[in-house]
Write a protein that binds this ligand. Sequence first.
Ligand code: NAP
Length: 299
Amino acid sequence: MKSASENRLAFIGSGAMAEAMIQGMLRCGVTSAASIWASGPRPERGCELSERYGVIGLTDNREAARNADVVILSVKPQRLRMVLNELQGTVQPTQLVMSIVAGARIAFISEWLGTPAVVRVMPNTPAQIGEGISVWFATQEVTPEQRELGREMLTALGEEVEVDEERFLDMATAVSGTGPTYVFLIMEALVDAAVHLGFSRRIAEALVTKTVLGSALFARQSSLHLAQLRNMVTSPGGTSAEAIYQLDKGTIRTVLSKAVWAAYQKSILLGEALSEEEPRGERPSGSPPSEHLEERGEV
Ligand SMILES: NC(=O)c1ccc[n+]([C@@H]2O[C@H](COP(=O)([O-])OP(=O)(O)OC[C@H]3O[C@@H](n4cnc5c(N)ncnc54)[C@H](OP(=O)(O)O)[C@@H]3O)[C@@H](O)[C@H]2O)c1
């Protein structure tokens, strides 16, 4: 078995998530900078990553993927078909393919590349500071060594949860993958409300950020149900009761539930749109589905 620093990782797509993963993996010593290859269309982005982390930045996806132990697909969903088409014949069945592309199903990736060992992951952006949570599913063909390497890579981003059915990935996309968006929006609204009361924005941001952080840590450390924690600060006829009355009147729970459901449906839709595309690049007529994806937008 290889030592950690010998694992060669190839990022196909070197954007925000790829950078977060690179940072985490170097921090945790999953591999050495010289063993990380990151490819993307813009040479200046490759130079930026090389200068910042010492990794090998390049513009040739095939060159990056060739001989890598793990090929990480980290492009946006609408670029995936193009990338898979390009990598056909380069990625070998012995290589592990790890996809973080929202919605993209394993069968689709596996069929296009002809590789059975695929791990599908849904990370989230707090991964950038090692505080993310990644939900992942691995095919049966992933060897125990590859599985451990995959787990190690994801631990470098924060916590990891392995699931035994791929369908949980669409759910995770809606809950934890998209989750920071909900939290940031709520935080932003609270900051605006605090500014409305008369606080400076600086103080408002400090109050809201620490309240969210402290509440999350408190909830994690406490053995109490979330409703019990909330009840602890809800005195009869008090300020919390008054605020909760308004939140319920504004149907906050329904709105959040609808938002999560919509994100879940969108993830399924992205997967379906991608799966409509036939491997080997043959489409009978009409515009390529990737264009439809582009039109519809993405996660
Ligand atoms: N961000 C999140 O919160 C999050 C969470 C979970 C999962 N994801 C998934 O992670 C994936 C990447 O997201 P991201 O936020 O990192 O997006 P991003 O910052 O836009 O990164 C995508 C990268 O792919 C590059 N790219 C475009 N076409 C390419 C091609 N043909 N070959 C190689 N690289 C190409 C882009 O280069 P240019 O910039 O030059 O176009 C860009 O650097 C997405 O599939 C997303 O669903 C994201």
